[in-house]
Design a protein around this ligand. Sequence first.
Ligand SMILES: [Zn+2]
Ligand SMILES: [Zn+2]
Length: 220
Amino acid sequence: MTRALQPIGRVTCGLLEKSISVHKELLCFFSPYYKAALKGNFTEATTDSLQVDLTDKGLKMFVRWIYTGEVASPRCFPRYFSLYIFADLVDIVALRRMIMTRIQGYSEDLPEYSTVKLALMNLPESSPLRAWILDVYISHWEPAYDDCDPYPTDTASDPDNTLAAFMYQVARGLAVRESVNTAGCLCCYSDCKYHEHESKEEWEATCGQIEDMEMPDHLK
Ligand SMILES: [Zn+2]
Ligand SMILES: [Zn+2]
């Protein structure tokens, strides 16, 4: 059986315009957003080409994930966060979940302030990635981190002081934890907390298949 490849996006990197082809059916399967764009009555439905807001590397990671289910990349929070923001925009929960699984393995390293800001300014407050960043900072941040990654005091690129508001939440979280004398961390042993599992059945069919995985509290 032959299938037509559909180009999904052209990405401009400097002077280079790049486009990569992906099976239309796969895109529609994973993303309600693309399903509407490719099969609905949108003007884009008449074209075979969709614009995606990703860098060249991001687009490659995305296409690789579509075909392999993997998002392997060096430990690079900005790259993962950008792809997550894209997955939020086009509503691909499976990709968001895979990225969470990857970055959860890195939580001894904190995402830098500039990367945190990227997430805060581009994701809704209810986003599990934002919840994870907050948990990681409350559980693992130490003043010494600021020696390598100084807190940015320039607010021109962040007029709403999103980062300062975030650090205030971190400080509150730390204070609460100290007052109840909680040991251990909020993030590292609860992978599924950030996976957006919708039901017990869905969890059992996905993460429930993995050995030693614990069902998230909200499904119990
Ligand atoms: Zn942790
Ligand atoms: Zn899970």
